[in-house]
Design a protein around this ligand. Sequence first.
Ligand SMILES: C[S@@+](CC[C@H](N)C(=O)[O-])C[C@H]1O[C@@H](n2cnc3c(N)ncnc32)[C@H](O)[C@@H]1O
Length: 249
Amino acid sequence: MAASPGKRPIWPMGSSAPSDGGGVHKRRLIFGRRKGPKLSPHKEELRRTLLPGLAPKLEAGRDPRGYFAVDLDEVWLEVGFGGGEHLLELALANPRIGLIGAEPYEAGVAKLLSKLADGPLGNIRIHEGDARDIIEALPDASIGRVFILFPDPWPKTRHHKRRFVQTAMLDALARIMKPGAELRFASDDAGYADWTLERLMAHPAFAWTARVAQDWKTRPQAWPQTRYEAKALHGPPAYLSFVRRGKVA
Ligand SMILES: C[S@@+](CC[C@H](N)C(=O)[O-])C[C@H]1O[C@@H](n2cnc3c(N)ncnc32)[C@H](O)[C@@H]1O
């Protein structure tokens, strides 16, 4: 069971998850769907016309603010934004922040595009594909927040290596996150929440911010609900927030 940062244990879900061996995702596979039911002609049209202008042309080492045409304070990254509800709400509430979202599922991307159709926000960029493409391209200490919200849980032991959160991925996120940057993870799958907490608590670059159980049991303010969360299929969600250690400039 993962230790708590305070004196009393505040994390009851404990089941010792098998080791991920420190690195996976060696083959570049996305373990989810790209294609779903046929898109409506309107959504197909949006993918053809609107998406190219919003898709960052990834360049290794490029400051992510360079992917936007507006002046921004910093950039946040959402991994697997689904239909984009959370991303859009944050972008509207934080006009000086650039939001880059990655989502390989075409229908999810199309859903977000349809919400942007009347006038896309200058502080949103959409990568229709694997978040790892963006993470690999980003320079060190360039991202102010990372969101991994309700990632596919892959509950079967033999599929755990498909989970997005792996020790090697945490190394990669530690590299691109600024000191003091926040990593937000949520899951309604107790096994995946346990797995994530165990790996983040063991990682020298991250510190869990929770002090009491209520901190992870309730969604903090200014943390918009996601579409998947509204369904919360497997149980009450855990909301885990971590800070990237290091001297804040
Ligand atoms: C269960 S859904 C949750 C979607 C959304 N975050 C929500 O809470 O409504 C998980 C999403 O992660 C996406 N995903 C899976 N692997 C990914 C990857 N390597 N990069 C980016 N997104 C990924 C899936 O396509 C799927 O839309």
